[in-house]
Design a protein around this ligand. Structure first.
Ligand SMILES: C[S@@+](CC[C@H](N)C(=O)[O-])C[C@H]1O[C@@H](n2cnc3c(N)ncnc32)[C@H](O)[C@@H]1O
Length: 418
């Protein structure tokens, strides 16, 4: 495709994404479905360019003020993730001059807002939560997340998977904390590889793998994944249970549970029972009360721990939305807790980095449920032989951060029912 035609497409796609009517990944996928002739390299350039602009939107909007032509074209030029000479071939001479000037700006002299690229409400909340660690976090959120895999222990061993990937030209190394994880170099088209198709691996951030380890299900147990969604954690739990016992995958979204099905088929698991519920107090939930060994509540949340993958969230979330989520999180956690039998383990998790959705929810639950005793996440992870488990926790809670652990941002609290 001619460079200018690709830049035009980037401009058009960016216009749609920046309306923020829908999640960026959905807008990008439907754009690609409407432009079937785009090759993998062109898709890669377009998607990465859009994400680069979302990550540094405030900086690029500032730099774009000096140029001319459609704003989205200027933003796409600034965020361009293809090669420079290709882009240069698309630019008029006045654009080339402007682009060179924009690239020569010393970013370190600009106001801090243009350096962290976060909305005020979020920058304020993260500064008070993190103090001087705010800047390392903000910088880590400008980078794309690595590609992590979870080896399906039911079907394969990590070393064998690594060797097979290497033979196919894909370099991978064991993740530092999860015993099931591999971190892959680059972004190979894994979904077409035999090793993926036969269910030996799933794409899963190392942080999510650690959450499943925290639930720690055993053979033959009854386990509930209360907010199972498309089942990322369900699959890890089912494999940890060695395909025994019963694992209920509940969710209010039939669409998300539907996405679990092909993954379940690949995984070889037959101990998983997906079930749609109307809400957290559904009859199906009530029937399980007091019977369950372990419950994971991977609660609906702002998703702000995944900003490396979903940078549009910082522009789509708001304090009001967080407040509404908080009410939902309290209600789901209280309802899910009723399922546990005495001695059972409850895990509340989010992929948020805001205390309101994390420590505040856990503390309120502890206050109102004296029969649930907080358990130290570090102790559980140490028992699961996770290296350096102390570095993954804050008080009793699991606290994962992109800038510290190279995972998405995650929180988890654990209780045992008396
Ligand atoms: C963070 S996502 C879950 C991700 C999933 N566990 C995974 O690992 O792929 C939160 C899920 O909670 C579901 N949800 C929202 N309200 C719920 C409710 N009242 N009861 C159960 N699930 C709910 C959403 O549909 C969404 O799939």
């Amino acid at each position: 495709m001619h460079p200018n035609a690709l830049l035009d497409l980037a401009t058009e796609l960016l216009k749609q994404v920046l309306e923020f009517d829908a999640p960026a990944d959905g807008v990008v996928s439907s754009f690609f479905r409407r432009h079937r002739t785009l090759g993998p390299r062109e898709r890669h350039t377009l998607a990465e360019t859009i994400y680069a602009v979302l990550r540094r939107r405030l900086l690029y909007q500032h730099l774009a003020q000096s140029g001319s032509g459609p704003l989205e074209r200027r933003l796409a030029i600034l965020g361009w993730q293809g090669n420079d000479s290709f882009l240069r071939a698309a630019l008029a001479s006045h654009e080339q001059t402007w682009w060179e000037q924009a690239r020569a700006v010393d970013i370190s002299t600009l106001p801090e807002k243009l350096r962290h690229n976060l909305p005020d409400w979020l920058a304020g909340a993260l500064k008070s939560a993190l103090g001087e660690e705010f800047w390392p976090l903000a910088e880590s959120l400008h980078e794309p997340a690595p590609l992590d895999l979870r080896v399906n222990v039911l079907k394969a061993k990590r070393e064998a998977v690594m060797a097979e990937l290497a033979a196919a030209g894909v370099q991978a190394t064991p993740t530092p904390y999860s015993p099931w994880g591999l971190r892959v170099q680059g972004k190979p088209a894994l979904q077409k590889m035999e090793i993926y198709l036969r269910g030996d691996v799933e794409v899963q951030d190392e942080g999510s793998q650690l959450l499943a380890l925290l639930v720690g299900p055993k053979r033959g147990e009854m386990v509930v994944d209360f907010c199972a969604g498309a089942g990322g954690k369900t699959l890890a739990l089912g494999a940890a249970m060695r395909n025994t016992g019963r694992l209920y995958a509940l969710d209010v979204s039939a669409h998300r549970l539907e996405q679990l099905k092909p993954r379940l088929a690949r995984s070889g698991l037959s101990n998983v029972y997906p079930s749609q519920i109307a809400h957290e107090r559904d009859e199906r939930v009530k029937r399980l009360a007091g019977k369950v060994d372990r419950v994971l509540v991977d609660a609906p949340c702002s998703g702000l721990g995944t900003l490396r993958r979903n940078p549009d969230l910082k522009w789509r979330q708001s304090p009001k939305a967080i407040e509404e989520l908080r009410a939902k999180q309290d209600a789901i956690l209280a309802s899910a807790a009723r399922l546990l039998k005495p001695g059972g383990r409850l895990v509340y998790a989010t992929c948020s980095i805001l205390p309101e959705e994390n420590q505040a929810v856990a503390a309120a639950f502890s206050d109102q449920h004296r029969d649930f005793v907080p358990v130290s996440a570090a102790e559980i992870l140490e028992q699961a032989k996770v290296p350096d488990a102390q570095s993954l926790v804050d008080d009793a809670y699991l606290r994962l951060w992109p800038h510290r652990h190279a995972t998405d941002g995650f929180f988890a609290a654990v209780w045992e029912r008396r």
